[in-house]
Design a protein. Structure first.
Length: 77
């Protein structure tokens, strides 16, 4: 399953807001450099959807953009 994500970096609070079933807005404290923000976004998505051992969550599109598409395993949904 694919999820659309809009990311804001260098924020004071980390917030994950579900806009719809397949669209999230995420604010992270990390800057958008050295892949720090992308790693934190993936961690927050794993926590939100409870994807732990064996579940691969990855960025499909938008590695250098605030708009991203993330792939989730189908089993969790």
């Amino acid at each position: 399953m694919y999820i659309k994500i809009r990311v804001k970096t260098k924020q004071k609070k980390e917030i994950l807001r579900e806009v719809s079933a397949d669209h999230l807005e995420i604010s992270v404290k990390e800057p958008a450099e050295r892949n720090l923000a992308n790693d934190r976004v993936l961690d927050l998505v794993r926590e939100h959807f409870k994807v732990y051992n064996g579940g691969v969550v990855r960025i499909v599109s938008g590695h250098h953009s605030p708009s991203k598409i993330i792939s989730l395993p189908d089993k969790i949904l």
